[in-house]
Design a binder for this molecule. Structure first.
Ligand code: HEC
Ligand code: HEC
Length: 421
């Protein structure tokens, strides 16, 4: 008797809690359009989804580059981007590995420039929304990123003195319309034809002349950044859906979105309208046959050592970047961490991960679904990564969702190699 009564009481209690719970949900204001989708998403899920769209129309300002939003600088930067003479042997430009035909990436697992690199080329679409550049974040601005590529052994492999002379020979008027006049480069005893730090030709120059050449070099990067800031790709089917066009994506993609923000916990790192937390994580991606890669650990060291970082003498606004740099110090935690990449336009840029060893989006989901692999990577895998127990259909739904993130192409003139001097 007593037992029946307490069971009854317990049931009433549960029912009450259930209704209070429901009441909580339906008491939130509900938009008419969204109401049609309530069989798929709760109000709370909609609130989360709205964090992912739209991508702001313009990237955050970059005060470290005075000409970041100068159209003449962008026009110049577009020429530099496509000009293969900006390389050791005249055969490699930025566009070699960041081709407009492949979502401003390439199809290689690891890129081939003057040499073969050890990492996969990321897309440059929406790159100006990134807080850090490179998989290891060793650049804190787009302009300093470009300088790594211009002198990198496996990328363009030229030297800053070579590039300064190239500007003098081919681009002087366009350059001086945007930046201060060039130094007197005609004097090749003061300014040898080639060289960078570590080469005797450069190291033997006076401090003042080194600074003059470094300034030209930094300005090349600043013009390229002005161009890259225009490579914006927004208004993907996913954005149109969130804006209220409910039929623009299919039911599979909608289910995939639900997994993305729920069971798949993807949103833990791929958050914000650019689908990245702008942070670094160790997912335990295996290095395969590639050399050991410490990722963010070495990235922080290189960032702090770089005179072209946002806090350095070539920055147009060093104070705030320097304050951020002051907090950075490589620790064991950073070993094997890589940057969370954007997922916008991800369908255009196979293969995937920093190693480029994952050929399809399905292979990424399989990797995540299994909670990673047991070994073959650097450092410690992040503790939050566990098997997801997704069914095959759920995995396919997630891929369908990722396919809805392909945005509109940047303006046509930005995709073409301009006439070069
Ligand atoms: C040989 C191929 C190659 C060339 C040439 C090249 N890149 Fe890259 N780029 C890559 C690879 C590979 C990475 C990733 C490397 C890493 O993270 O260490 C990358 C990374 C980047 C990034 C960082 C993107 C992100 O999301 O982190 C930007 C920006 C970029 N490149 C712009 C340029 C520009 C501008 C040029 C020309 C000055 C250029 N690249 C030349 C292959 C290349
Ligand atoms: C703990 C943070 C974290 C979580 C959770 C996470 N990712 Fe990622 N994601 C990353 C990082 C970091 C990388 C780059 C890893 C690397 O290359 O070493 C990445 C890479 C990717 C890539 C490859 C993109 C490219 O351009 O190479 C895709 C696709 C992706 N994630 C989708 C997902 C999906 C879908 C989920 C949910 C099932 C998910 N991620 C969960 C952090 C995360």
């Amino acid at each position: 008797m007593k037992l029946t009564r307490s069971i009854t009481l317990w049931i009433i209690c549960c029912i009450t809690i259930f209704f209070i719970g429901c009441g909580d949900e339906s008491s939130l204001p509900i938009n008419e359009d969204i109401k049609k989708e309530v069989d798929i998403f709760t109000e709370r899920e909609w609130a989360v989804i709205q964090r992912l769209s739209p991508l702001p129309a313009t990237p955050p300002p970059n005060p470290t580059n005075r000409v970041a939003d100068n159209p003449d600088a962008a026009r110049l930067g577009q020429m530099f981007f496509f000009d293969e003479r900006f390389s050791k042997d005249g055969t490699v430009a930025c566009a070699t590995c960041h081709s407009p035909f492949y979502g401003f990436a390439d199809v290689e697992a690891t890129s081939l420039g003057v040499g073969r690199g050890t990492r996969n080329a990321p897309t440059l679409l929406n790159v100006a929304y990134n807080k850090w550049q490179f998989w290891d974040g060793r650049a804190d601005t787009l302009w300093s990123q470009a300088l790594f590529a211009l002198e990198g052994e496996t990328e363009q492999a030229g030297t800053r003195l070579q590039y300064a002379h190239l500007i003098k020979r081919l681009y002087q008027d366009d350059y001086e319309a945007v930046f201060d006049p060039l130094p007197n480069l005609a004097d090749t005893t003061r300014f040898p034809l080639e060289g960078k730090p570590g080469d005797v030709q450069f190291d033997n120059m006076t401090e003042k002349d080194k600074i003059a050449v470094n300034t030209v070099f930094a300005n090349i990067g600043k013009a390229i950044e002005a161009y890259e800031r225009l490579l914006i790709s927004r208004n993907a089917p996913f954005d149109q859906y969130v804006a209220g066009d409910l039929d623009v994506i299919g039911i599979e993609a909608k289910r995939g979105l639900k997994i993305f923000i729920g069971k798949g916990v993807c949103i833990l790192c791929h958050d914000n309208p650019n689908f990245t937390d702008n942070e670094f994580h160790n997912l335990g991606v295996p290095q395969g046959k590639l050399p050991e890669d410490t990722g963010r650990y070495d990235g922080i060291k290189q960032l702090l050592d770089n005179p072209f970082n946002g806090g350095g003498p070539y920055s147009d606004a060093p104070e705030i970047p320097q304050r951020i740099l002051n907090f950075l110090e490589p620790t064991q935690r950073h070993q094997g961490q890589f940057k969370t990449p954007t997922l916008r336009n991800v369908a255009l840029t196979a293969p995937y991960f920093h190693t480029g060893e994952f050929p399809t989006l399905n292979s990424i989901i399989d990797f995540n679904n299994a909670g990673g692999v047991p070994s073959g990577f650097v450092g410690m895998r992040e503790g939050t990564l566990e098997p997801l127990n997704l069914t095959e259909q759920e995995a396919n739904d997630l891929v369908e969702f990722l396919l809805t993130l392909t945005g509109q192409s940047p303006l046509e003139y930005l995709l073409r190699k301009p006439d070069l001097p």
